[in-house]
Design a protein around this ligand. Sequence first.
Ligand code: GDP
Length: 139
Amino acid sequence: MATNRTFTMIKPDATAAGNAGKILDIILENGYKVVALKYIHLSTAQAGAFYEIHKERPFYNDLVSFMTSGPIYAAILEKENAVADFRTLIGATNPAEAAPGTIRNLFAKSIDANAVHGSDSDENAMIEGAFFFNRFERF
Ligand code: GDP
């Protein structure tokens, strides 16, 4: 089922660098409404479960270790065509390939410390949003 919601995280690098406010501003300026928001420091078990899909990839341990290195902001965002438009707004996974003006182009340092997460499908947006927020925390 298609929805107009996506899920994002402002990752530990961008949070530690003090860029969370600027990134949230860009998100809001691009027409997204924040319908859930949480500031959280993930445990290894939580980050491992969130990225379970990448368990067999060579970068899995580095990814989990990075995502637990400091607090993050997790949010559910609402807008028409939310998932695809947000992927465009954040840019390519590797910031060296991210288009000028995209969030990763502006704030990411490397392929692992790449500032933000954005769901890659409506199905994953729902799964990922539900991972972080119960139904009393989404509006
Ligand atoms: P995304 O959907 O653009 O976030 O990219 P993926 O779902 O493919 O990967 C999830 C996350 O794993 C990325 O955002 C990166 O932080 C990390 N990642 C992906 N590929 C690599 C890689 O080749 N090396 C490292 N160290 N991290 C990676």
